[in-house]
Ligand binder design. Structure first.
Ligand SMILES: [Zn+2]
Length: 229
């Protein structure tokens, strides 16, 4: 009888030891999993162009507004960036313009506000999103721009253009210097992506398809990710 009690005690000790070991392994394994997530502590400003009374370009076939599509792309890119641990600051989150309603010049007020948001975010990169339009409706494709004398901007633009060109049928690999307010007013790596032409009826349709938006934004993200790598 005494030996049975002793054996039970030994078994109990072994069981407890086993449970504690498993828990410890779980903690260690869990911690390892947590650390293996991509840890990217970068801040990105995502700038949806236009907004409010400034709708930007309009698609002739579907009547879609550029300001709306810019916001759709900005929100999708925000979602992807956040999934990978980036901190994201959006210049606008809805269809309202950034300008002060009482301002004499809404354009000037809007530009100042955009600049203020970018400056106070102290970002590592700025990605401004737009849709293009041209008199010749045959012209199509995505272009990536960077600001004059912005070396980091050029490198970011090249990475993004490379990813887009590899995976999107009509996306130009060559990057260009663009004389845009957002690019001229941010010193960090800043780019402006003209995602496609609303003046091209086929591209106008394509730019609104959910799977295309996902693919497009994912490739912008890949370029950003490669740039920081
Ligand atoms: Zn635009």
């Amino acid at each position: 009888m005494k030996t049975i009690v002793v054996k039970r005690k030994i078994l109990l000790v072994i069981l407890c030891f086993g449970l504690i070991s498993c828990s410890l392994l779980g903690i260690v394994f869990g911690a390892k999993l947590a650390f293996s997530k991509p840890a990217i502590s970068k801040t990105i400003v995502i700038d949806a162009g236009h907004g409010g009374i400034d709708g930007g370009a309009t698609g002739k076939t579907t009547n879609v507004n550029e300001s709306y599509l810019n916001l759709v792309y900005a929100k999708r890119l925000e979602q992807i960036c956040k999934e990978f641990g980036f901190k994201v600051v959006m210049t606008r989150k809805d269809m309202n313009g950034l300008y002060d309603e009482t301002a004499k010049s809404k354009k000037k007020s809007e530009m100042e506000k955009r600049k203020d948001i970018i400056e106070s975010a102290k970002p590592d990169a700025v990605v401004s999103l737009h849709m293009n339009s041209f008199s010749d409706k045959n012209v199509r494709g995505a272009h990536v721009f960077y600001g004059q004398d912005n070396q980091a901007g050029q490198e970011l633009a090249e990475n993004v253009a490379e990813c887009l060109n590899r995976n999107i049928k009509y996306a130009y690999k060559n990057v260009k210097v663009g004389d845009y307010f957002v690019l001229n007013n941010s010193k960090c790596a800043s780019i402006l992506v003209e995602c496609g032409f609303l003046s091209n009826p086929e591209e106008e349709q394509l730019l609104q398809q959910d799977d295309y938006i996902q693919k497009f934004c994912y490739n912008i993200f890949c370029g950003i990710y490669l740039f920081f790598k």
